[in-house]
Design a protein around this ligand. Sequence first.
Ligand code: DHB
Length: 397
Amino acid sequence: TRTKVGIVGGGPAGLLLSHLLSKQGIDNVVIELRDHETIKNTHRAGILEQQAVKMLTESGVDGRVLAHGDEHEGIDLRFNGESHPLNFPDLVDATVTLYAQNEVFIDLAAARKRDGGDIRYESEVIEAADLKSDTPKIRYKDVSAGADPDVVHEVHCDVLVGADGSRSFCRRAVGQEQGHQDFKIEYPFAWFGILTEAPKSSPELIYANSPHGFALISQRSANVQRMYFQCDPAEKTEDWSDDRIWSELQKRVDGPDGFQLKTGPIFDKTVLGFRSFVREPMSHGNMFLAGDAAHTVPPTGAKGLNLAFADIKVLFEALDSFYATGSRELLDGYSETALKRVWKAQNFSYWMTSMLHTRKDAHPFETKRALGELETVTSSRYGQQYLAESYTGWPHA
Ligand code: DHB
């Protein structure tokens, strides 16, 4: 196949780029390893910045995010057993929308199907070649049932986009000797995530710091809730009965106000490891990385999907300009432009993570210092605004 833009990865970033390009009449092909059903059932994050919502609605993806997304006016920072509400409209004139990432995927996939997009699921990329040439190539195998797995298919393009997630094949196709640098830190904890059939415990999301570790009380709908608690990365979900999970979560939100979580049957349990990672630059010749393929953030600031969409905005505008005028200027500036926001989001996510989590081996000074930081943020309008501005999202470039 010959196309203009070859996109590896059919998650939200790859599909949104494909959608935007097609609207401008720029041919593209998306190669995705997993099948539609698998991606649809992969539970990820849930918070969209207003700008991310706009990218979906204004480009005509679907109005489902408006109809089914839940607008949130703030979050609750809970520490020392007390709740400290932040009100985003009051602080920074913005809100966020709770709309699960798999719903975003469903809408984008449906829009591509509706508009005749070329999305090749169950296609395993085996080579990304000639990245520095005018014709980068993707070689892949069709791994769907009944296909011949020995036949190698090729997509030749002008520009190759790696939107293939944190274990990105495209990123790894660039060798160590090729002048890039990876920046990475690991955390000594993970999140234990659950989905439960229960009513909402609180109108807003609760981010809790406690002596037992972090907890996040999030939501999915009136009768399905999403919650997480900080755990050891080696924790096994089999070792956690519903009762044990509920008592662990409750301990982390306990306080003199007597706040009680509303419980119910738990139908999904996952241990989610995380890290902070950035690949620089986010391009190599005519290959451009976007979203988790180029950077991952810890989940505490809800920035991952939003950051991927911000990359796509910059990259789409660069590609649009390239095809309209022939000028490479914006494409050549893509990495530098995108990385400014990436490092702001890295800083915010690292900050939220370290302020809210407790290290097992933490020095008591460090634990007290983090509480001092939470007190500083919540007792000052400027402090609250700093957090609210970052959480709701800086203006797109
Ligand atoms: C959710 C996940 C996050 O990482 C976060 O910061 C807020 C909400 C969620 O899955 O609902």
